[in-house]
Write a protein that binds this ligand. Structure first.
Ligand SMILES: Nc1ncnc2c1ncn2[C@@H]1O[C@H](COP(=O)(O)OP(=O)(O)OP(=O)(O)O)[C@@H](O)[C@H]1O
Length: 306
C-alpha cells in the first residue's frame, strides 16, 4: 500500500488473515490485510466495533499468529526470525492500550512501572542512570518527575496515567507504537493533550504510529494516512485528506456522514438531520442495517474531540 512515503517501511503486514470459528463456519476477523508503517508517520486504522481493528493490533503484537500471510519487520519476514530478532521486535514494537486504569498495576509506584522495562531491556544501565532515564521519560510526557515518580496509579488522573503508559512504551526505545483507542476512556478535556503528545513523539523520535479508532475526527487530527476496515477487510486507504475528500467506499461515506458538526449543539433537529443523511447513504449502498445502527450509536452519543 502506498502511503505517500517513499522510505522503506519499518513494519508491514502482507496479506494477513486471521480466522476464528470452525471450518464450516469461519469468521474472518482479518482477511488479506496489507499495510505498512513508516517512521515519522501515523496511519489511522478506522472502523466500527467488530470490524477487525483489535485483531490487526494483536497480530502486530504477536498475540495472534496469522493463519495466512506474513509480517515483515525492516523488510524481513518475522516467521523466519531467530530469538535475537524476536527480542529486538518485542522492544521495537510497543502498545498503548485503551484503558489506562487497568494497564497499570495498582500495587506499584510509577517509578517501578518505568524502572522495570529499563531493567529488562537495558541491563547495562546502573541504578543512577535508570533514575535519570525515568526523570527524562516523565519530562518527555510532560509530567513532573519529582512529583509523579513516587506516586501510585490511583493517585493520578486518567490523562496522567495514559501519559505514564506512553512513557513506559518509550522506555525501551521503540520504533513503532500501536495505540488502540488511547483516548476513548479519558475525559474529553484531556483527550487533546494525549493526541498532541502522540504527535510530538512521532515528530521528535521519528516513531511510526498505528492509531486505532472508530472516530474519524481524532484520526484526522493525528494521522497522515488512513485505512478503513470493514468486516475484516481494508476497504479504502491512502493519504488522509485525499480519502476523506473523496471517499470511494460506501462504508467510508457512512462513517463520514456520522461525524457530527462540532459547531452545532446536540439537538433533536440535528439528530433527525444526521439520521436522514445516514439513511440516504444506506439507500445508496448495500450496507446492512445493523452497520448503520452501529455507526449511529457510536457517533451520535459519544462526545467528540473538543
Ligand atoms: N478470539 C476470538 N474468537 C472468535 N471470534 C473473534 C475473536 N476475536 C475477535 N473475533 C471476531 O472477529 C471480528 C473482529 O473483532 P475485533 O475485536 O478485531 O474488532 P474491533 O474492530 O477491534 O472491534 P472493537 O472496536 O469492538 O474492539 C468480530 O466479528 C469478532 O467477533
Amino acid at each position: 500500500m502506498t502511503q505517500g512515503n517513499a522510505s522503506a517501511p519499518i513494519l508491514a503486514l502482507d496479506k494477513v488473515s486471521k480466522i476464528f470459528g470452525s471450518a464450516d463456519n469461519p469468521v474472518y476477523a482479518a482477511r488479506d490485510v496489507s499495510f505498512a508503517l513508516h517512521s515519522g508517520r501515523t496511519l489511522a486504522l478506522v472502523g466500527e466495533s467488530g470490524s477487525g481493528k483489535t485483531t490487526a493490533a494483536r497480530l502486530i503484537m504477536r498475540e495472534y499468529v496469522p493463519d495466512r500471510g506474513r509480517l515483515l519487520f525492516r523488510g524481513a519476514p518475522l516467521g523466519n526470525a531467530d530469538r535475537t530478532a524476536l527480542k529486538s521486535y518485542r522492544s521495537s514494537v510497543q502498545m498503548v492500550f485503551q484503558d489506562p486504569f487497568s494497564s497499570l498495576n495498582p500495587a506499584h509506584t510509577i517509578h517501578y512501572h518505568l524502572d522495570r522495562p529499563l531493567r529488562l531491556h537495558q541491563r547495562a544501565l546502573s541504578g543512577a542512570r535508570r533514575r535519570a532515564a525515568i526523570d527524562e521519560l516523565l519530562a518527555r510526557v510532560k509530567l513532573d518527575p519529582a512529583l509523579v515518580a513516587p506516586k501510585f496509579p490511583h493517585e493520578l488522573s486518567g490523562g496522567q496515567r495514559q501519559r505514564i503508559s506512553i512513557a513506559r512504551a518509550l522506555a525501551v526505545n521503540p520504533e513503532v507504537i500501536v495505540a488502540d483507542e488511547p483516548t476513548s476512556m479519558l475525559d474529553v478535556s484531556v483527550r487533546l493533550g494525549i493526541l498532541n503528545l502522540l504527535n510530538d513523539m512521532k515528530a521528535q523520535l521519528g516513531l511510526a504510529l498505528l492509531y486505532i479508532t472508530h472516530d474519524i475526527a481524532t484520526a484526522r487530527y493525528v494521522a497522515e494516512d488512513i485505512m478503513v476496515m470493514y468486516a475484516g477487510q481494508i476497504v479504502e486507504w491512502g493519504e488522509m485528506e485525499s480519502v476523506l475528500g473523496n471517499p470511494q467506499h460506501p462504508y467510508t461515506r457512512l462513517l463520514l456522514s456520522a461525524v457530527p458538526d462540532p459547531d452545532r449543539r446536540f439537538s433533536d433537529t440535528r439528530f433527525d438531520d444526521e439520521l436522514s443523511r445516514v439513511e440516504l447513504i444506506r439507500r445508496q449502498s448495500a450496507l446492512p442495517q445493523s452497520d448503520i445502527r452501529q455507526v449511529a450509536q457510536n457517533h451520535f452519543i459519544r462526545p467528540m474531540l473538543q
